[in-house]
Ligand binder design. Structure first.
Ligand code: C2E
Ligand code: CA
Ligand code: CA
Length: 665
C-alpha cells in the first residue's frame, strides 16, 4: 500500500451508489404500490359499474389489471437480472415508465362515464385520484420522478375534469388541487434530497470504516515487518538469537511430531576480539558479514543460520541427512574461516571453532541439545581451536566441572578460600634450602581438590588472571617477609605466571606494586614463565624487559617440553631454567636422559643460567643428578608443597634427621 489510507469514493462512484440505493428503494416500494393500485382500481371500477354500467369501465379496469401484471413481470425481471445493481438508471427508467403508464390509465378515470359533472359520484373519483397521488408521493421518498410521472397525469386529468365542470366550486377545488400539487412536488423533491444526503452520509461512514480497517491492516503489516526485523540480525541479515531459540523450540519442544534427526552447530570465531580491538569495529563488521556469507553458502535451504551475538553463530540443520550435513557444514566453516578476509585491502585470517550436537542422542530438548553443541564447541576451543568438536557425554561432566569452577572462583578469591603452598628447592651440593615455589591449591566445597591448571584456565576464561596472580604474589610476598625469622634470609620465592599475562604492562605494574607494599626486594621474587607454544616473543618481550628492569628474577618453567629455542631464551636474559620432570623419569637407567641433562647443565654453565631439576622423587634420582653436575633440585623426595605455617616445623624436622642431612650435605 503506497498512499496509506484508502481514498473516499470518488464523486461519480458516490453518485452511482446513491442511484443504486434509490433504485432499490423504488423497486421494493413498487410491489406494495401495485397491490394497493390493483385494489383501489378494482373497487373504483365496481363502484363506477354500479353507478352506471358502461363498457369503458370494463376496458379501463382490464387495462389497469393488464398493466399491473406487466409491471409485476418487469419488477421480477429487474430482480432476477439484478438490474438495480448493474444499471440502476435502467431500473429507474423501467419503473418510472410503468408508473407513467399507470398514471395515464388512472387519468382516464374521470372520463369513463361520458360528460363530467361534479356530482357526488364524480367527487368520489376525484378523491380517489387525490388519494392515489398523495399515496404515491409519500411512498416514493427516495426518488421523486417515479411518483411524479404517475401523479402528473392524474392531477392534470382531475384539474381538467374540474374545469370542464365549470362551476365556482369545481374551480376552487381545481385551484386547491394545483396548490396542493405544488406543495406535494416540493415535498417530494425535499424528501429525495434528504434521502440522497442520508445515503451519502451512509456511504461516507462505510468508506471511513473501510479506510479504518485498511489502516488497521496496514498497521498489522508493519507490525509483521517489525517483528521480522526484531528477529533478524541487522548486520548480517541472519536470524537472531530470539528467532533461533523460537525455531529450535518449535521443532523439538512444541511439535507433536519431532523430526527423526536434527543437528545443531555452535560456532565461535577465534580471533574476532583481537581484530575488533586492534582494527576497529568497522573491520569487525566486515569479518562478521563475510563469515555469515560463507556460513550461509554452506547451509541448506531449510536450515536456520543465526548470529547469536558477538562472534557467536549457530546453525539448525534439518532433514533426514542432518547428522552428515551437520558434519560437513561444521568442517566446512572451520576450513572457510581459515581463508583470509579482505579488510580494507589487507588479508586477515580469522579462524573458527565449531561444536556439533545431534538430536536425539545428545539432547532431547532444545535447551539440552544446544547446551551439548556449546560444550562440544568449548572442547574444540580447548583442544587447540580451528576445529570441529563433536559432543560426547564424557565432555559434559568435564565441562560441567569447568563451569562450576568458573562460577565459584571469583567468590573464592574474594573470600581467600584458595590456598598457596610453598615447595622448597634444595641445593644438591649443600642440602640447604635455596628457594621456594608458590603453588595454588583450592579445595572446592563440592568438587573437592581442584588442580592449579584448572584454576588458571578458569581465571583466564573469566578474564581475572591478574587477580589470581595478585592473590598468589601477595601471599608469596608475605611469606618472603617471614623467611628471615626462619633463618632463610635472602632466599627467593617463585610464582607461576602464564604467558598470556605478559601482553600489555599490567603484570609488571601489579608486581611492582605488591613488592613495594610489602617492602620486599623484587630480586627475591622469581617469575616462572611456563613454556608454551603461545608465548609470543614480540608481544611478551617489552613486558619481560620491564620486569627485568624492575629487578625481578625470571625463570623458564618446564624446559625441554620443546617449545622455546635456546636462542630465544638467551634473548630473554632469564636467570633460571627449570628442567621438566619427564627428564628425571628413569634417570637411573636411561642413558639418553642422562646425556640430555648433562648437556643442558653445560649450556646453563656457559650462559650463566641456573639449572634446576623438577620432580625429584627418590634419593637415587637425587644422587645421580648430583653426580651429573646438577646443583639444584625440587621434588617430593625433599618435600611436598606445604603451607607457610608448616615450613618452620618441616625445617626443624629436617635438622633433627642427621641421616638425611648427611646424605644430602
Ligand atoms: P609446575 O610449575 O611445573 O609446578 C610443579 C608441579 O609439580 C606442582 O604441581 C608440584 O606439586 C608438582 N611436583 C613437585 N614435586 C613433584 C614430584 O616429586 N613428583 C611429582 N609427580 N610432582 C611434583 P601442581 O601444584 O599441581 O601444579 C601444577 C601446575 O600448575 C604447575 O606446574 C604450574 O604450571 C601451575 N600452577 C600452580 N600454581 C600456579 C599459580 O599460582 N599460577 C599459575 N599461573 N600456575 C600455577
Ligand atoms: Ca612452576
Ligand atoms: Ca614445571
Amino acid at each position: 500500500m503506497t498512499d496509506g489510507i484508502r481514498q473516499q469514493p470518488e464523486d461519480g462512484e458516490t453518485a452511482r451508489l446513491i442511484r443504486i440505493a434509490q433504485a432499490e428503494a423504488v423497486h421494493s416500494g413498487v410491489s406494495l404500490s401495485l397491490v394497493a393500485n390493483t385494489f383501489v382500481a378494482t373497487t373504483t371500477a365496481v363502484v363506477m359499474w354500479l353507478h352506471q354500467p358502461v363498457r369503458p369501465v370494463l376496458y379501463w379496469i382490464a387495462a389497469i389489471l393488464a398493466l399491473n401484471a406487466a409491471r409485476l413481470v418487469v419488477l421480477k425481471l429487474i430482480a432476477v437480472r439484478n438490474i438495480v445493481k448493474k444499471s440502476p438508471e435502467t431500473a429507474l427508467h423501467l419503473l418510472s415508465a410503468g408508473a407513467f403508464l399507470s398514471g395515464l390509465l388512472w387519468a382516464g378515470a374521470p372520463f369513463l362515464q361520458g360528460e363530467f359533472r361534479l356530482t357526488g359520484f364524480n367527487a368520489y373519483v376525484i378523491l380517489v385520484l387525490g388519494g392515489m397521488s398523495a399515496g404515491a408521493l409519500m411512498q416514493s421518498t427516495a426518488y421523486a420522478r417515479t411518483a411524479l410521472v404517475f401523479v402528473a397525469p392524474l392531477l392534470v386529468s382531475a384539474v381538467v375534469a374540474l374545469f370542464l365542470t365549470n362551476t365556482p366550486v369545481s374551480m376552487v377545488i381545481a385551484a386547491d388541487i394545483l396548490l396542493l400539487s405544488i406543495v406535494m412536488l416540493r415535498t417530494s423533491r425535499l424528501s429525495e434530497e434528504a434521502f440522497i444526503r442520508s445515503q451519502a452520509d451512509r456511504l461516507r461512514a462505510v468508506s471511513l470504516a473501510l479506510s479504518l480497517s485498511d489502516a488497521n491492516a496496514e498497521i498489522r503489516q508493519s507490525y509483521r515487518q517489525l517483528s521480522l526485523l526484531a528477529s533478524q540480525d541487522p548486520l548480517t541479515g541472519l536470524s537472531n538469537r530470539a528467532l533461533f531459540n523460537q525455531r529450535l523450540r518449535a521443532i523439538l519442544d512444541e511439535s507433536d511430531r519431532p523430526p527423526a534427526s536434527l543437528a545443531i552447530l555452535a560456532i565461535d570465531l577465534d580471533r574476532f576480539k583481537a581484530i575488533n580491538d586492534t582494527m576497529g569495529h568497522g573491520a569487525g563488521d566486515v569479518v562478521l558479514r563475510e563469515i555469515s556469507r560463507r556460513l550461509s553458502s554452506l547451509a541448506g535451504e531449510g536450515d536456520t543460520v543465526a548470529r547469536l551475538g558477538g562472534d557467536e553463530f549457530a546453525v539448525i540443520v534439518e532433514g533426514a541427512d542432518a547428522p552428515d550435513r551437520g558434519h560437513l557444514i561444521g568442517e566446512g566453516i572451520v576450513k572457510l574461516a581459515e581463508e583470509p578476509v579482505d579488510i580494507g585491502g589487507r588479508p586477515v585470517v580469522i579462524g573458527a571453532s565449531a561444536g556439533l550436537a545431534l538430536y536425539p542422542d545428545h539432547g532431547e530438548t532444545a535447551e539440552t541439545l544446544f547446551a551439548s553443541a556449546d560444550i562440544a564447541l568449548y572442547a574444540a576451543k580447548q583442544g587447540g581451536r580451528r576445529r570441529l568438536g563433536m559432543f560426547n557425554p564424557a565432555l559434559r561432566a568435564r565441562i560441567e566441572r569447568q563451569r562450576r569452577i568458573e562460577s565459584g572462583l571469583p567468590e573464592a578469591l574474594e573470600q581467600g578460600e584458595l590456598v598457596v603452598l610453598f615447595q622448597p628447592q634444595i641445593s644438591l651440593l649443600t642440602g640447604r634450602v635455596v628457594g621456594f615455589e608458590a603453588l595454588l591449591r583450592w579445595n572446592h566445597p563440592e568438587l573437592g581438590p581442584v588442580s592449579p591448571p584448572e584454576i588458571v584456565q578458569a581465571a583466564h576464561a573469566l578474564h581475572i588472571a591478574y587477580r589470581l596472580t595478585a592473590y598468589v604474589a601477595t601471599r608469596a610476598a608475605a611469606f618472603l617477609k617471614t623467611l628471615p625469622q626462619l633463618g632463610l634470609d635472602g632466599i627467593p620465592v617463585a610464582i607461576n605466571v602464564s604467558p598470556r599475562e605478559f601482553s600489555g604492562s599490567g603484570l609488571s605494574a601489579l608486581l611492582v606494586g605488591i613488592t613495594a607494599d610489602h617492602g620486599v626486594d623484587p630480586a627475591l621474587l622469581e617469575i616462572e614463565i611456563t613454556e608454551e607454544a603461545t608465548l609470543d616473543a614480540a608481544a611478551a618481550g617489552p613486558e619481560l624487559a620491564r620486569l627485568e628492569a624492575a629487578g625481578f628474577r625470571l625463570a623458564v618453567d618446564d624446559f625441554g617440553m620443546g617449545h622455546s629455542s635456546l636462542a630465544y631464551l638467551v634473548s630473554l636474559r632469564i636467570d633460571r631454567l627449570k628442567i621438566d620432570r619427564s627428564f628425571v623419569n628413569g634417570i637411573a637407567t636411561s642413558r639418553e636422559n642422562q646425556t640430555l641433562i648433562s648437556a643442558l647443565i653445560g649450556i646453563g654453565l656457559s650462559l650463566s643460567i641456573d639449572i634446576i631439576i623438577e620432580g625429584v622423587e627418590t634419593a637415587d634420582e637425587a644422587e645421580i643428578l648430583r653426580m651429573l653436575g646438577c646443583r639444584f633440585a625440587q621434588g617430593y623426595h625433599f618435600a611436598q608443597p606445604m603451607s607457610a605455617g608448616e615450613v618452620a616445623a618441616w625445617l626443624a624436622g629436617r635438622d633433627a634427621t642427621p641421616a638425611l642431612s648427611a646424605a644430602e650435605r
